[in-house]
Structures are given as structure tokens and as C-alpha cells.
Design a protein around this ligand. Structure first.
Ligand code: GCV
Length: 705
């Protein structure tokens, strides 16, 4: 297409679109596109409400606040917003803290502000100096930035803007992305290109994307990022890398985004002689034993060095004694010994340790699902106060669906950080449209009964159940160098949803989807509803065509993408498919009930009993907890085998429906986005069909029906 006809096509498509979407959208603008409001009446009202702004004070964060207000409102209102020093007219936006802004002080909102903490904010429609104003007030500047993004979100999503009375503060203190980025630029389980961090070019060259990344996170309230993989390379702690990290931290800082690092536990050791060994370090010690005085001193010195370079450094994330990574058990010590030596080094500077509970040493228990609980629960109360134990949502490994991890509720004296996976390792990578907020809500809302009814995972995570001194949530990032950041346009919705839930886990998956659609795809009511419906059922559909009714880990070995239910190795090992599904002529599923591995005993009553009895176990977890005969009668009246087949078919059917639905949006969403998603859906349908055909053909050999 020549450039003239391209432009004409663009103009034509802008006219066609009922929402305010531009043409040829490569997705790089995420949910912060700020396209002009199409509805003229609303545009007029908004222009009256937001005609000028007063942002008092000067700092890097306040400059970003000004920039964002200007960029947002100029785009949305097709205006040229001006800034003033004083409130002289109706329609002024006033942004400030009590400390820096006299008009804010004059409002007397101190008592309300006190309850908000450093990151919260108020947005109120108010009369100030006799003029109609919209006020964003906070205790700290970062609260002002969060409030600014909140107000712009309201404009973007066409929320009511008169009589604003918003009070918002995060329910969880540490809201982090975990990048599994390697130092060579590859990303473990990354499906959107290469790493964003260009280590070779840093610190001299600052890629503009670092700033865009920080801005996107700030727009959601994400306040920390672990930039390197938990399978950490110790070189990240070398002085040359600390300089690179300083440069990144400087970009992130005004956006309220703290830098954290994954560290290798063996860092104090001499470098490993063998290439590729996970055992070496960057020091000169003979041991990394956490109780060795020299090792303790090494970590203290390293912490001091880091804080000299990055004064607001957040802390360490650690994968130890897991999947070949070194750890304290190499020296006969336990996890708390390991975590505490790091905690001691970081404590003087306010740093924290996030010690991962993703461990599954076969010596602990023959059932992988039981191992983390058995290693960690006895250590409750032994960890230093600045240590989180970070646990995945389920006991195995980010499967399409798992029951909740039994650690939640079982460590009342140790702050647990909930680790979710935004990148779709086991959910079709960045090829399948799978909206994950409904999954995360299922975990957050799950009632552990740890302290009786009402002991949800959300309450464990936000600290309200056990009165944790610190609270945290982490999401394994799905970002990369692709223009659209996440590989699949709809995978952006998962980054978005993670951030929104981290801020407020009470938001519904529907609300978050609505916001994202309006900010990313279209503000047209009908188009929005259509897309929301597609998104809301997509997770359940993926479970159906991959691992229905509690089946798990039957993906291709290593790659974790397509199906490989036949994968076996003798003896039956815990990373093979046959270990997990245990299909035989009698039935299918892993007996984790009291007649089997007794993993059900790790849950609190009455969850334990509910899971333990095949008659009361929710069918969605049936084959996770029970080995069930093929002719077992399901609630539907069908046999188990019929029900499995029905699920695989229904999963495929859903993908077909998504395709049909998406076709109806032709001409109503951006043409580039339209064809991008259209192509992805074709792949998803092929994959879903392959999943069904492979799994049914395999299980058929046992079910023999
Ligand atoms: C970073 C799973 C993944 C690994 C990942 C590991 C972890 O096993 O497949 O790629 O390693 O989880 O969470 O540490």
C-alpha cells in the first residue's frame, strides 16, 4: 500500500470507529493512549471541568505529574491545557500535598489524608477560592502521581466526573513485578521478545522504553521491580553491574518504582570453574554457609556497596535449594538460616528479603504438592522480621488451575508474599487469549478457613488475617522488547489486571476488563461488552482444552506449550506427565486424599474434608486430589470419561466463539489490532484442537470406551 492510500485508509477507519481508536495501532501505547473522546457532549463537559491545572512544587515526580496531565488531557480533550500558579477560574485541577500546596492546606483535609499512608490519594470535586475545581491531594508526591493516573483513567473510561469523592490507598504494601530476565538478554518463560534491559549499553545509554515501562507501572500503582531472573547470575552484584542498575533505578525512582534484585545464594564463593554451573559466585570465599562469620560479613559489605549506589534499593529475591540453585541446605542449614543472613545485611537500610517457597526436593515427600509446606511450616516464626516467604498461588507450578497453596494461612508469624504468574508459561504462551484476572480472583477469594470462615487468601496477603507487619504480592512479568510489550495484545490486560488487583484485590475481574478495554480497544459500549464476554470465559476455556477437571502438568516437557500426556521416564519422576495424571485402566488422577498421599491434610478443616471426599471435592479439582474410575458418575450424570471429552470439546467451541465474536468487531477496533488478534485466534484454535486430539487419543487407551 502506498503512503497516500494508507493515510486515506486511516482517516476512513477513524470515521468508522465508534470509540476513539486511531489507526495502525501497534499496541505500544498500552492502556495509556489517551485518544480523543468521541462523544461531543461528554467532550464539552470534560473541557469545562478540566481547563487548566495548578501543580505546586517542583521535583522529578511533580514534573511527571504535569507531563501526564498535559499529555492525557490534551489527547483526550483535543485541547492545549495550560498550567497556572493560582486558582483563577472554574475547571481547575489542583494537585498537591499538604506540605507543598497552600490551597490544599486550606481545605482542611488533614484527618482524611492521615489515613491514606504515603501512596494513597484523595480526588474531590470542590470549591476552591470560589471556583469549581478538581483536587488531587496526597501525603507524598507519589500519591499525587497515582491520583493523576486515577483521574485520567476515569476520563478514559467515561466514568462520572462530577461530584468526585475518591479515597484510594493500596491494600498491599509491596506490589512487585518479577522479571525472569537473563543477563544475556533472553527471558525465561518470556514470550514477547528479548529483555527490556540492555546491559551492554547501560549505564551510558538509557533506552526510552525504561521510562515508558516505569510510567506504565506507575499508572497501575506497581511500586517495585525485580529486574533479573530468580535463576540468578551472580555477576549482577559486580560493581560494573551496580552502575548499570544505578542508571535504571534513577529512571524508575520518580515513578515510585523501587529496584530489587534476585541473587544467587552462592555469590560469596569464588567463580565456578565449570561453565554453566549454578554453584559459583563472585567472591573469594570457600563457603557460602549462612552461619559462617565471613559469609555474613560478605553480605553486609555487599549490602553497603549496593546502598551506596542505590540508596533506595528494595532488597533481594531468592530461589534457593530449588531446581539446582544453591542454598543453605547445601551446608546443612534451613531456609530461615539462609534468609536471615541476607535480612541482617539489608535491615540497616530498610531492605527486605523475599525467600521463595518454590521448592520440591524429592527427599521431602513422594508427592511434589506437599513438599513446600513440609519444609516451610516448621520454620514459621523463625524468619527475621524483614523476610517474606514468597509462595506461588498453587502448590505445583502455575498450572492452568490448581487448588490454592496450602501455605496460605499456615504461616501466621511469617509474612507471605503471593506470587502470581502474568507470563503464560502453561497457558498458551503469548499465543492464546487467556484473561487471567478471573483466575487470580479465584485464589484471592478462596477461603482457607485458617482462622475460621472468612480467612481468604486476600486477607492473608493483605495482612489483615494475621496482622503481618509487611505485605506483598508479586507477578512474574510478561513484558519484552516486542512493540506491544507482551506479545499478544490481550496479554497486556494481564499486566494491567495484576497491577490493579495488587492495588485493590476487591476490584472485580469484570470491572478491570471493562477499564482495560475502554483504555486500549474501544469506548463503544457494545463493543466493550462483547470483548469483556470473550475475556471473562477465556481462562475456563483454556483449562477445558488443556487440563480439565484437575488434570495438570501434561504439557510438553520443558517447553510447557503443547500437550504431551504420554511423557514418562522410569522411575516415574515428578516432572513427567504420567507422574501427575496417573492414568491406568482403573481410572485417572492423583490420589492426594487420605487414602493416597494425604496432601489434603495440609488444608484447614473443613476445606480438608471437602477436598478429601470424592463426593464433595469440587469437580474442578477432582483429578488433582483423587484417582477416579473412568465410569465415575459426575454431577451432570455423565461418566468421568464423557465429562473429560465434553470439556475438551467445550474448550474448542469457546475458541471458535471467540473467533466469531472477534469478526463482529471488524471496523470497530483498530485494523492492525484486529488482524493481530485474528491471527492469534487462528493459532489458538489449532492448538486447542491439537490438545483435545492428543489428550483424548492418549486417555482413550486407558478408558477403553
Ligand atoms: C525461573 C518453573 C519454570 C521455571 C522457573 C521456575 C521457578 O519450574 O518452568 O522456568 O524458573 O518455575 O519458578 O523458579
Amino acid at each position: 500500500m502506498n503512503s497516500t492510500s494508507h493515510i486515506l485508509l486511516c482517516i476512513a477507519s477513524v470515521f468508522l470507529l465508534t470509540g476513539s481508536v486511531a489507526c495502525a495501532d501497534d499496541g505500544s501505547g498500552l492502556w495509556l493512549k489517551y485518544h480523543r473522546i468521541a462523544d461531543e457532549a461528554r467532550l464539552r463537559t470534560c473541557r469545562q471541568s478540566f481547563s487548566t491545572a495548578v501543580v505546586q512544587g517542583d521535583s522529578a515526580t511533580l514534573r511527571i505529574v504535569r507531563e501526564e496531565i498535559k499529555r492525557g488531557l490534551d489527547g483526550l480533550l483535543d485541547a492545549n491545557l495550560s498550567f497556572g500558579e493560582a486558582i483563577r477560574q472554574d475547571g481547575t485541577i489542583i494537585v498537591g500535598t499538604v506540605q507543598t500546596s497552600a490551597p490544599i492546606r486550606s481545605l482542611g483535609w488533614d484527618t482524611d489524608l492521615e489515613k491514606l499512608g504515603p501512596e494513597g490519594f484523595l480526588i474531590r470535586s470542590s470549591q476552591v477560592n470560589g471556583h469549581r475545581a478538581t483536587v488531587i491531594a496526597a501525603n507524598e508526591e507519589i500519591g499525587l502521581l497515582y491520583g493523576t493516573f486515577d483521574l485520567l483513567r476515569r476520563v478514559q473510561t467515561q466514568a462520572a466526573l462530577d461530584k468526585l469523592n475518591v479515597t484510594s490507598h493500596p491494600r498491599i504494601q509491596y506490589r512487585l513485578l518479577n522479571h525472569w530476565d537473563n543477563m544475556d538478554g533472553s527471558i525465561e518463560r518470556g514470550y514477547a521478545g528479548r529483555s527490556l534491559w540492555q546491559w551492554d549499553a547501560l549505564p551510558a545509554r538509557i533506552d526510552p522504553r525504561y521510562r515508558d515501562y516505569a510510567r506504565a507501572n506507575a499508572s497501575l500503582g506497581i511500586n517495585g521491580t525485580v529486574v533479573n531472573s530468580v535463576n540468578a547470575n551472580p555477576i549482577i552484584l559486580q560493581p560494573a553491574y551496580l552502575e548499570k542498575l544505578r542508571a535504571l533505578a534513577e529512571v524508575f525512582r520518580p515513578y515510585g518504582l523501587k529496584l530489587f534484585l534476585s541473587i544467587r545464594f552462592s555469590s560469596p564463593l569464588r567463580p565456578a570453574r565449570q561453565a554453566g554451573s549454578r554453584r559459583g559466585g563472585i567472591g573469594n570465599l570457600e563457603t557460602a554457609d549462612p552461619l559462617d562469620p565471613e559469609v555474613r560479613q560478605w553480605w553486609k559489605d555487599k549490602a553497603k556497596e549496593i546502598y551506596e549506589v542505590i540508596p533506595d534499593f528494595g532488597g533481594f529475591l531468592v530461589k534457593a535449594n530449588s531446581e539446582g540453585m544453591p542454598g543453605p541446605q547445601d551446608y546443612g542449614r534451613h531456609h530461615a538460616d539462609g534468609a536471615n543472613v541476607l535480612a541482617e545485611a539489608l535491615a540497616p537500610y530498610g531492605g527486605i528479603v523475599m525467600w521463595r517457597a518454590f521448592v520440591y526436593d524429592a527427599k521431602t515427600d513422594p508427592d511434589r504438592a506437599k513438599r513446600a509446606y513440609k519444609e516451610f511450616v516448621p520454620l514459621d516464626g523463625v524468619f527475621a522480621p524483614n523476610v517474606f516467604v514468597q509462595a506461588k498461588n498453587g502448590p505445583i507450578d502455575f498450572q492452568p488451575r490448581e487448588p490454592v497453596h496450602p501455605l496460605f494461612g499456615a504461616m501466621p508469624k511469617t509474612p507471605l508474599m503471593l506470587e502470581l504468574q502474568i507470563t503464560q508459561e502453561y497457558l498458551g504462551h503469548s499465543k492464546h487469549l487467556v484473561y487471567l484476572a478471573p483466575m487470580w480472583k479465584e485464589y484471592l477469594d478462596f477461603d482457607t478457613h485458617a482462622e475460621g470462615p472468612g480467612s481468604s487468601v486476600a486477607k492473608v496477603t493483605d495482612g489483615s488475617l494475621h496482622d503481618y507487619a509487611m505485605t506483598g504480592i508479586a507477578g512474574v512479568a510478561n513484558t519484552g522488547s516486542d512493540a506491544n510489550w507482551c506479545g499478544h495484545l490481550f496479554a497486556q490486560a494481564n499486566w494491567y489486571a495484576f497491577g490493579r488487583l495488587a492495588w485493590d484485590h476487591q476490584l472485580s475481574a469484570e470491572t478491570i476488563a471493562d477499564e482495560w478495554i475502554r483504555m486500549t480497544l474501544s469506548r463503544d459500549e457494545q463493543a466493550g461488552q462483547t470483548v469483556r464476554l470473550m475475556m471473562m470465559g477465556s481462562w475456563e476455556a483454556c483449562i477445558s482444552y488443556m487440563t480439565p477437571l484437575g488434570l495438570h502438568h501434561i504439557m510438553q516437557a520443558g517447553f510447557h506449550y503443547g500437550p504431551q500426556p504420554s511423557y514418562a521416564r522410569a522411575p516415574r519422576e515428578d516432572w513427567t506427565s504420567v507422574y501427575y495424571h496417573r492414568a491406568d485402566s482403573n481410572g485417572v488422577g492423583f490420589d492426594r486424599s487420605s487414602t493416597g498421599s494425604n496432601a489434603t491434610s495440609q488444608y484447614f478443616s473443613p476445606v480438608r474434608e471437602r477436598f478429601d471426599d470424592v463426593a464433595t471435592c469440587p469437580e474442578k479439582y477432582l483429578l488433582w486430589f483423587h484417582h477416579v474410575p473412568w465410569d465415575h458418575k459426575m454431577a451432570s450424570g455423565r461418566t468421568l470419561w464423557q465429562e473429560i471429552r465434553r470439556h475438551y470439546d467445550a474448550g474448542i467451541e469457546y475458541v471458535k466463539q471467540m473467533q466469531e465474536t472477534w469478526e463482529t468487531l471488524k471496523g470497530r477496533v483498530d485494523p492492525e489490532i484486529f488482524s493481530h488478534v485474528q491471527t492469534k485466534l487462528e493459532t489458538q484454535l489449532q492448538d486447542a484442537t491439537l490438545w483435545r486430539d492428543t489428550c483424548l487419543a492418549y486417555f482413550q487407551t486407558f478408558a477403553q470406551e
